[in-house]
Write a protein that binds this ligand. Structure first.
Ligand SMILES: Nc1ncnc2c1ncn2[C@@H]1O[C@H](COP(=O)(O)OP(=O)(O)OP(=O)(O)O)[C@@H](O)[C@H]1O
Ligand SMILES: [Mg+2]
Length: 356
């Protein structure tokens, strides 16, 4: 079993605290994705799990065994980095076998494992090439192959696809998903890519400044963000935020007002919303429509509208100067400066305390 458990994990460089008490449980076979802004500590956490960084405080267990002081090679983890770190003078076969060669594995076993990894990664025909004769995606596959032959219980990926172009990223994303299903191994994966996070993860961990902001299934986080940070971080384009006045609160219903909309009643979802204060209303760009009737009308002036063929992204400015992005799943024409009225379903809007 290769569950990974982080208990109050901390990392400091001198007086600088980088990881500030992180608790995460990754189940055996789970695909866990770390996301968060640049510098929040994703790579540091991954390197601590791999054993490439000392743990300042807390407990790290893999498969129920505390591994704080276990050397990297004895942790049963394989790591794949953003820069593929493969050797240009070696063939693909030699590169994939590298860890096994170092460990003085017998030739027969080495050949069998390399062949098996090559089959999984569909690169049997490339084994005798050198890295210079490969595409970027193929090179990254070599790096993954090198991790696979060591048969780790836990795979660690640090932005493995970020050097690839968009089309290749999509192919490789699907291949990594397939690899996970095929191997059934525990995987921890760092990315800046929303689509990778949403599609690959069983569990997403959102980090900020070395602290976990929220973790859970992708759709849970998307639909029930715990705070403004997670609400604004997940989803592209980002959730729109409007500062509203809370007129009154009855039970879990709050009536709010904003210069660009008629007063509307929103669900507080148990959040601490108080009458007579300001709050933040969150509206996903996808949930604004140009048609329909009922509550939830919002008026804005078009700044610019981008027609992408499959969708239209409109950037509006509201009466109080707030910017609002609305996306439509079809081609629409919005002339600049046109004043438009959009509709949203109040049940799909979020309401956060001002300081959440
Ligand atoms: N050797 C070091 N000494 C001091 N601070 C460091 C050291 N290594 C990393 N840090 C700091 O630790 C923080 C976390 O870095 P880390 O590389 O984990 O971020 P990240 O989330 O992976 O960011 P990115 O998305 O840009 O890769 C950063 O603020 C960084 O400056
Ligand atoms: Mg990083």
């Amino acid at each position: 079993m290769a569950d990974v458990s982080l208990k109050d994990l901390r990392k400091s460089y001198g007086a600088v605290d980088v990881i500030k008490g992180v608790d995460i449980d990754v189940k055996d076979g789970e695909f866990c994705v770390f996301v968060g802004p640049s510098g929040c500590g994703k790579s540091t956490l991954l390197r601590m799990i791999a054993g490439l960084e000392d743990i300042t405080d807390g407990t790290l267990s893999i498969g129920g065994r505390v591994v704080n002081d276990v050397t990297p090679k004895d942790r049963g983890v394989g790591m794949v980095f953003q820069s593929y770190a493969i050797f240009p003078h070696m063939t693909v076969r030699e590169n994939i076998a590298f860890g096994l060669t170092i460990a003085r594995t017998s030739k027969a076993e080495k050949d069998a494992k390399v062949q098996d990894a090559a089959r999984i990664l569909q690169m049997e025909h490339l084994l005798d090439r050198r890295p210079s004769q490969l595409s970027g995606g193929q090179r990254q596959r070599v790096a993954i192959g090198r991790a696979i032959v060591r048969q780790p219980n836990v795979f660690l990926f640090d932005e493995p696809l970020s050097n690839l172009d968009a089309a290749l990223r999509m192919d490789m994303r699907m291949e990594i998903g397939k690899l996970h299903r095929q191997l059934g191994a525990t995987m921890i994966y760092v990315t800046h890519d929303q689509v990778e996070a949403m599609t690959l993860a069983d569990k997403i961990v959102v980090l900020k400044d070395g602290v976990v902001m929220q973790m859970g299934a992708p759709m849970d986080l998307y639909h029930n963000p715990a705070n403004l940070f997670v609400a604004g971080f997940l989803g592209a384009p980002s959730m729109n935020f409007l500062t509203v006045d809370v007129l009154d609160v009855q039970g879990d219903q709050a009536r709010v007002a904003h210069p660009a909309l008629e007063p509307v009643v929103l669900h507080t979802k148990g959040r601490a919303i108080t009458a007579g204060t300001k709050a933040v209303m969150g509206l996903r760009p996808q949930y604004l429509t140009a048609t329909g009737t009922g509550d939830g009308l919002i008026e804005g002036k078009v700044v610019v509208a981008e027609r992408l063929g499959s969708e239209t992204v409109a950037d509006l400015v509201l009466r109080d100067g707030t910017n609002l992005i609305a996306t439509f799943s079809e081609d629409r024409v919005f002339p600049p400066d046109q004043v438009v009225t959009l509709r949203f379903d109040p049940a799909q809007a979020h309401l956060f305390p001002h300081d959440a």
